[in-house]
Design a protein around this ligand. Structure first.
Ligand code: GLU
Length: 673
């Protein structure tokens, strides 16, 4: 079939034609979700990045290529939303986005793209995620309308005890080594922090369920980049230099990340990772079994068991107790997602062992009792806008109440049951209404108490979690959606490196102490248990006329440790209550609170005035007058958002993508100019 559009260009493949139609549909149209400047007569092309009036291939190294490294900055102003006709991928790294987009452009599914994205992220953003880590994924099947969640969380080894993280042994009650001053840091850098990796098993399971392209081919972009080399990005360079001393304890890590004189490899220098290419090649051919058994599994176990380390000097390292059987027996799990209504939407998230879905759902359920639309931001612009004092107060109070429940009740529910009737009780609208009634309009709660449930056992409380991690949001041309947050826990994980990838320190997400004065802690260590997470990959749907879950509306998620919950809530409220587009909602000032008197307002954002110790900013002052202890420290979210947007008066919806200006991310698809 031959199509001719207004530029006279013929023979557009089908997707291009659809995209061209959507571009025409967007032309001249304003309003939320379509703020990008649209040239109605340009031809959309897949996976190309706009650069001035031209387009450029991501990774080509040509001017305008977003993969050309730049120094890490706290915030990149002026990012425009990206629109696409039928498919889109947003990740925290341009090369990973490019790999995912190529898979989508060739007809792959969202899960196919996720496999390719993860393989590349493990190379180009190794500080955040990879084969040595864990992940959670939500998948929406546009055909069956089923939302499925996948749990690829790391597990504690079978030999772990409840004191695994804090004591070397029952007889030796000293902290694991190396001795880095604080027990958290020491344990993180020891073998004790390393959980049995889960990301790859999870991707395999999701691919078996929802993949369409052959597994092996999905690793080719990663293999090629690892073989040919890539330029070290700003964030990766900064992660290497920040972790230099820790990487020096592992000769393999030092050989990869450092120069011969042990200086950190620099921004923009080309780095090749043949060991990683070989690992990916083995997995491509042999499937996840080739990782969980055989020589790669042996290398992982050997690395976890190292007892000394150091290139320039040698220190003792406490080994982990992981065995080959831990790897061979690891299972990714299909779990029921946590879904609930919020105003005119349904919001689905990840249940235990993540606290993300429940905490986001509780926060929204509490906020539903307030008119947030009436507390909209002012000075709306490309970066979102300036949140109102009332909105930040209400959202952070709702979060305090949600974190109080999370810290006390939520852990791996295969080991410790949730209170009441589980998720249903914790998200019950009447319960959340009673929690909302605890919020005062004139005074912050400071620290909230956990709610009371009928059959809850007496529990202590824990709040730990680090900072690292990365999030991808993907929609394929069939309408399937993937949101996946993937992590090696904190930056550079445990600093243990083998076969081209880093091993996680995810077990430090457990409580180090098994109990406190109130009782046992739900998130204490146990053999084969999964540490509680805050990761919150989230899919939002419109509410259908009969109240049931309707069409896909939005995909989002973020890294950020326990703050993930706040980053995701901020993005959801910005889109749902304030009707901001995907980029504005993603860029919007980060604000919120865990369960303490401190309310964070991200000072890296251009609309926050941090001069004079923050005393010139009316938002910060307004919060102080309500009793909040205000922190305006920079916040390092990494939100990746896609919103299905219906341009006014047009028949074809488009996908609008937003990448977090605080990281290096990029949205691509069958992109509309
Ligand atoms: N390990 C954390 C979690 O699972 C994530 C860490 C991060 O986002 O930096 O919740």
């Amino acid at each position: 079939m031959k199509f001719v559009n207004k530029t006279g260009v013929a023979n557009l493949p089908n997707w291009r034609w659809l995209g061209a139609l959507a571009a025409l549909a967007l032309g001249g149209c304003g309003g939320a979700g379509s703020t990008g400047v649209v040239n109605a007569f340009s031809i959309p092309q897949p996976c190309l990045q706009k650069s001035g009036s031209n387009t450029v291939v991501v990774g080509s190294g040509l001017p305008g290529d977003p993969a050309i490294p730049e120094p890490q900055s706290g915030y990149r102003s002026g990012i425009q939303p990206v629109s696409a006709g039928t498919f889109m991928v947003v990740t925290a790294n341009p090369l990973a986005t490019q790999a995912g987009c190529s898979v989508l452009a060739s007809g792959g599914t969202a899960v196919d793209a996720a496999v390719a994205v993860q393989a590349v992220l493990g190379l180009v953003e190794p500080q955040s995620s990879g084969l040595g880590g864990g992940a959670f994924m939500l998948h929406y099947n546009a055909n069956t309308k089923v939302v499925q969640s996948y749990d690829g969380r790391e597990t504690a080894p079978a030999a772990a005890t409840e004191d695994y993280l804090r004591y070397v042994s029952a007889a030796d009650k000293t902290n694991p080594l190396p001795n880095l001053g604080q027990s958290f840091l020491s344990t993180k850098a020891s073998g004790r922090s390393i959980g049995t990796p889960g990301a790859l098993r999870m991707l395999e399971l999701a691919h078996q369920d929802n993949g369409s392209q052959p597994w092996a081919g999905l690793f080719q972009p990663g293999i090629k980049l690892a073989t040919d080399g890539f330029a070290i990005s700003g964030r990766m360079a900064s992660a290497i230099s920040g972790a230099r001393d820790d990487l020096l304890r592992d000769p393999e890590a030092a050989a990869y990340f450092l120069n011969n004189d042990y200086t950190p490899k620099a921004l923009g220098s080309t780095i090749k990772n043949p060991a990683y290419a070989a690992t990916l090649g083995t997995i491509a051919q042999g499937g996840a079994n080739a990782f969980y058994t055989g020589p790669i599994a042996q290398s992982i176990v050997d690395k976890i068991k190292v007892t000394t380390g150091g290139v320039t000097s040698t220190v003792a390292i406490t080994p982990g107790l992981t065995e080959l059987s831990d790897l061979a027996n690891y299972k990714a799990v299909r779990r029921t997602p946590v879904c609930g209504t919020y105003r005119n939407t349904w919001v689905c998230g990840m249940g235990p062992p993540s606290s993300g879905g429940i905490a986001v759902g509780q926060t929204l359920g509490i906020l539903e009792n307030f008119d947030l639309a009436a507390a909209a931001p002012t000075l709306i612009n490309a970066e979102g806008g300036k949140p109102s004092v009332l909105a930040v107060h209400l959202v952070s109070e709702a979060e305090r109440l949600a974190y109080a429940d999370r810290n006390k009740y939520v852990a791996d529910s295969d080991f410790v049951a949730l209170p009441g009737n589980g998720v249903a009780s914790m998200l019950d609208k009447n319960y959340l209404k009673s929690r909302a009634s605890l919020i005062s309009s004139t005074r912050s709660l400071g620290t909230a108490e956990a709610g009371v449930f009928s059959n809850a056992v007496v529990l202590g409380s824990s709040a730990t979690e680090g900072k690292g991690t990365t999030h991808m949001s993907i929609v394929d041309k069939f309408g399937n959606v993937v949101v996946m947050t993937t992590t090696i826990e904190s930056g550079m994980g445990s600093f243990h490196f083998t076969r081209g990838f880093l091993l996680n320190n995810q077990l430090t997400d457990f409580s180090f102490a098994p109990s406190d004065t109130s009782g046992p802690i739900a998130n204490r260590v146990a053999p084969l248990k999964r540490p509680r997470s805050s990761m919150a990959p989230t899919i939002v749907f419109n509410k259908a006329a009969d109240g049931s879950r309707g069409d896909f509306l939005m995909a989002t998620g973020s890294p950020g440790g326990a703050s993930i919950i706040q980053f995701v809530v901020k993005t959801l409220v910005s889109a749902i209550d304030w009707k901001l587009n995907a980029q504005q909602a993603t860029s919007m000032v980060n604000f919120g609170a865990a369960n303490s008197p401190t309310t964070g307002v991200g000072g890296e954002h251009p609309s926050i005035d941090v001069s004079n110790s923050g005393l010139n900013d009316p938002l910060l002052n307004g919060l102080r007058s309500l009793g909040h202890t205000v922190s305006f420290a920079a916040q390092s979210s990494g939100v990746s958002t896609i919103i299905k947007t219906q341009p006014a008066g047009q028949s074809a919806p488009v996908f609008v993508g937003g990448a977090d200006p605080r990281r290096e991310g990029l949205a691509l698809g069958d992109t509309l100019p």
